[in-house]
Design a protein around this ligand. Structure first.
Ligand SMILES: Cc1ncc(COP(=O)(O)O)c(C=O)c1O
Length: 477
């Protein structure tokens, strides 16, 4: 009676990433009301600088109360529905462009005619899929990747994801051979590759993509005649060196590329205010593309994912206040860095290390030594122990399609310092309770593993990833 879309299980709701959230909802930690509850460390939210925004709202009450120069503009806002953005105010497009340029150290200049407003990055990414690929076409994505991409890129569009397998041997960097392997894997599966999608800075790694990787990607898409999407939703969270480098910055340096104009038309950027300003509820995102046809089609499609006029008004006023944005961004980065330090130190006290990172709202944590075996089954067991016994919701490697079991993403910006401290104490006592049965790694031991075991695991995992792409996922459980 219902559509295939409704009855298929491609949304990814049954992944441990979303299941962890459900468990948290059933038993959320509260210092007084539920001190034994689950602490949410599986949610990439930024709650560190809200009082700076509240201060701005106190000083600028008009946008939040439907007023301009003392007069109500409620009717204007209530009726507005043009997808080109509110023209009557300081233009939202212009405000977004300037904010994005500021984050890129004003080394890139954007053109507001190339911008499409969307309801967050979720819709921006899906809209780009609708513009660039047909059902059954594939996009290549470096692993580990944001678990929500299975829903955002595949579910409604019918596009397939083929993983570019990155691993810890080089800090999960993208290599030429990993790109080529993914491309030939897609070809073997009779999938037409339409592009590569990266997240820079990476979710879940918390690292910025290097200049060298960005060049490699540009060469690759130039030679394969495909698209490149750079999801730069975390671009304003870079809190230590190296600096963030946008694909648009590297693109401007690369006029040596063959068919440069063509390549330029195949590079697209996604951005939103959900992470940098901590506004996921406001649903403000953009697509930036040099390709006129993509901009035109995406603008028409944005009818399905408009940003409300009230939000546009508020955001354009806030982002036009340069004094505020620059103070907010620098203070927010400082706070993120402090939190990251706190998490790293807390984990270190338990003999746990993380991938070195410089951005994001999370760390990519190496708990391979805590696994009972080097398998995804053992990872699932450890994850369950964390959720149900230790009382922490964290996201396992498998939910991010990582090829190595035992890595976990731990978020640090959505909880208070006190809660983070309690989370670290819980981990410490858990590790102490297991130390009689497992040996904690020391120094360089962290990447030392039986390589044939890892290779076997990788093969199994690759198979599993492909099954996830093509079958109803219920079959895998
Ligand atoms: C890489 C990435 N892209 C997109 C999104 C979705 O963001 P939005 O709230 O703007 O839809 C997220 C959210 O976690 C993300 O991590």
């Amino acid at each position: 009676m219902l559509s295939k879309k409704v009855t298929c299980n491609e949304h990814g709701q049954d992944s441990s990433y979303f299941l962890g959230w459900q468990e948290y909802e059933k038993n959320p930690y509260h210092e007084i009301k539920n001190p034994k509850g689950i602490i949410q460390m599986g949610l990439a939210e930024n709650q560190l600088s809200f009082e700076l925004i509240e201060e701005w709202l106190d000083q600028n009450p008009e946008p939040a109360s439907f007023k301009r120069n003392g007069d109500y503009i409620f009717r204007e806002l209530a009726l507005f529905q043009d997808y080109h953005g509110i023209p009557a105010f300081k233009n939202i497009m212009q405000a977004m462009i300037q904010f994005m340029e500021e984050i890129r150290g004003n080394r890139v200049s954007f053109d507001s005619n190339n911008l499409v407003l969307t309801a967050g990055s979720t819709s921006a990414n899906e809209t780009l899929m609708f513009c660039l690929a047909d059902p059954g076409d594939a996009f290549l994505i470096p692993t580990p990747y944001y678990p929500g991409f299975d829903r955002d890129l595949k579910w409604r569009t019918g596009v397939e994801i083929v993983p570019i397998q990155c691993n810890s041997s080089n800090g999960f960097k993208i290599t030429q051979s990993a790109l080529e392997d993914a491309y030939s894997q897609a070809t073997k599966l009779n999938l037409r590759v339409k592009g590569v999608l990266i997240t820079n800075p990476s979710n879940p790694l918390g690292t910025t993509t290097t200049h060298q990787e960005l060049n490699l990607l540009l060469n690759f898409i130039a030679s394969m005649n495909i698209h490149l999407i750079s999801d730069e939703i975390y671009s304003g969270t870079v809190f230590s060196s190296p600096d963030f480098v946008s694909i648009m910055e590297v693109l401007t340096e690369r006029n040596d590329l063959m068919d440069y104009k063509e390549v330029r038309n195949r590079v697209h950027v996604v951005y939103s205010l959900s992470k940098d300003l901590g506004f996921p509820g406001f649903r403000v995102g953009v697509i930036y593309s040099n390709n006129e046809m993509v901009v035109s089609a995406a603008t028409k499609m944005s009818s399905f994912c408009l940003v409300s006029s009230q939000t546009q008004y508020l955001v354009s006023e806030m982002l036009s206040d340069k004094k505020f944005t620059s103070k907010y961004m620098s203070e927010n980065r400082k706070r993120l860095k402090q939190r990251q330090d706190m998490l790293i130190q807390g984990l270190c006290n338990s003999g746990i290390s993380c991938l070195e990172s410089n951005a994001g709202l999370f760390c990519w944590v190496d708990m391979r030594h805590l696994l009972s075996a080097n398998t995804f089954e053992a990872e699932l067991e450890l994850w369950k122990t964390f959720v149900f016994k230790v009382g922490l919701n964290i996201s396992p490697a498998s939910s991010c399609h990582c090829s190595e079991p035992g890595w976990f993403r731990l978020c640090f910006a959505n909880i208070s310092e006190r809660t983070l401290d309690i989370a670290m104490k819980r981990i410490k006592s858990f590790v102490a309770s297991t130390s009689s049965t497992t040996a904690a790694p020391t120094g360089n031991d962290k990447y030392r593993h039986n390589s044939s075991k890892i290779n076997n695991t990788r093969k199994l995992f690759t198979k599993w990833v492909f099954r996830l792409s093509f079958n109803n996922r219920e079959n895998d459980r």
